[in-house]
Write a protein that binds this ligand. Structure first.
Ligand SMILES: [Zn+2]
Length: 447
């Protein structure tokens, strides 16, 4: 009896002893398992704020809201923090500031002091394009978004018929820096600076109103960019970008328009793919491809022709400032150019991967000249056009089809239900002449 009692007691003591001895080691092992928070960033848009925590690996989190005062609390168990400032004033339209602290051993608490009621979306992003694991906290205000949308609608009703509305879209922003040059020049900064200059120059002229899709360092989803232009009743849309290529000799400016079929060439297709990946870099998840047809309606064909005409004018002016990579607009499926009723182009201003182009783009005077060239092209585009009030635009007599792999002229004729001979005549193609991938074939429009 006595013995059977002592043995469990001894065992307990032994286990306790082992546990005590093992403690420093296990604590050290535990500390190794803590997820290290290595950075904090934030970006403020007009109706949203994005907070991002850089983490060494994926971490668990728990979020909840508190009222009076309004706060969002995010607890990260099994985490430690390694950032310089743990109390960060923000002071934008949504967030007062962010504080970090150790809530319990091994638990980091992040408190977001809020100005207004928000909708939150919290998610984890895996490493992508050199960025580490991230915890993304998107805070949006439906009320602010509604106000902004109402202002755009109001503008469209009041101003659109009085002025030419130009929407400039500085590519990338926030979490997505775009291309980065050898000297650390970021595409998102260069294009914003040029967009602001264009706005300043054009707003000073009569008959123009310019809007920027973003006027700060934050990200906007690609679809939202052209939707903003649609809400404003934009007459023309220009998305600004800088290129980068492994071949560091590649340089010069180029202009792109939307292709609803294939791309004009492989390089254009790859470029569109790269620019379209912007949403992914910024952690936007939505299926974005809404245009999936090669049979276009009249509005869109007319619009694509207008985009090409505008693109040609832009190239004509840009060549006075920078060398051109391609002397004609190229076409590919750029997500951001998909507003079917607005002539839209994407301008690659130069290559940040090229030493000379990067030096130029960093230079304020060069950027002013580039902006001036774009302003001249915009003015020319509208002055060359007959005023829509006096004569409505004639519906075009033809539309375009971009030849894709495996297609023959016969197949295209069949697809659009036109005579092969008619197609040959319209495109000045002899019987023997073949067609090549990326070639633009005129298709007669039947009335
Ligand atoms: Zn870009």
């Amino acid at each position: 009896m006595g013995i059977s009692r002592t043995i469990p007691a001894l065992l307990t003591a032994l286990i306790f002893l082992i546990f005590m001895l093992a403690l420093p080691g296990s604590e050290a092992r535990c500390a190794l398992h803590l997820v290290n928070i290595t950075g904090f960033h934030y970006w403020s848009g007009p109706d949203h704020t994005r907070l991002v925590l850089d983490m060494q690996r994926e971490a668990a989190y728990k979020a909840f809201s508190l009222q009076r005062p309004l706060r969002l609390v995010i607890d990260l168990p099994n985490a430690k923090i390694n950032i310089q400032k743990t109390n960060i004033p923000i002071g934008d339209r949504i967030v007062k500031g962010v504080r970090f602290g150790v809530f319990a051993p091994g638990t980091i608490r992040m408190v977001v002091d809020l100005k207004i009621q928000i909708q939150r979306r919290i998610f984890v992003l895996k490493p992508f394009q050199g960025r580490p694991h991230r915890l993304v906290v998107d805070l949006s205000s439906p009320e602010l978004a509604r106000k902004e949308a109402a202002q755009r609608k109001n503008f469209k009703i009041k101003e659109r018929h009085r002025a030419k509305v130009v929407v400039i879209d500085p590519g990338h922003g926030g979490e997505d820096p775009g291309a980065i040059g050898r000297r650390g020049t970021r595409e998102k900064d260069i294009v914003l600076s040029i967009a602001r200059q264009i706005k300043k120059m054009l707003d000073g002229k009569r008959g123009f109103r310019v809007f920027l899709t973003r006027d700060g360092d934050y990200y906007i989803p690609l679809r939202k960019r052209y939707e903003l232009a649609q809400e404003l009743g934009s007459h023309v849309f220009i998305s600004l970008h800088c290129d980068a290529h492994r071949n560091r000799n590649a340089r010069g400016a180029s202009v792109y328009t939307l292709s609803t079929g294939g791309a004009t060439d492989e390089a254009a297709r790859l470029l569109a793919h790269k620019e379209n990946a912007s949403d992914q870099v910024a952690g936007i998840f939505q299926s974005s491809d809404t245009l999936n047809t090669i049979l276009l309606d009249l509005v869109q064909t007319h619009n694509l022709n207008e985009s090409l005409r505008f693109g040609e004018m832009v190239l004509g002016r840009l060549r006075r400032v920078n060398s051109l990579k391609f002397s004609e607009p190229r076409q590919a499926r750029f997500m951001v150019l998909k507003a079917p009723e607005i002539p839209s182009i994407l301008v690659e201003l130069g290559y940040l991967s090229n030493r000379r182009d990067e030096r130029s783009l960093r230079n304020k005077r060069f950027r002013t000249r580039l902006s001036g060239a774009l302003v001249q092209a915009i003015e020319k585009y509208f002055s060359d056009r007959s005023p829509p009030s006096s004569s409505p635009p004639k519906p075009p007599s033809h539309r375009y089809h971009v030849v894709r792999e495996g297609e023959t002229l016969w197949r295209i004729a069949h697809l659009y239900n036109v005579e092969l001979t008619e197609l040959r005549k319209l495109n000045h193609l002899s019987v023997r002449e073949g067609i090549r991938i990326g070639q633009r074939i005129r298709i007669p429009v039947k009335r």
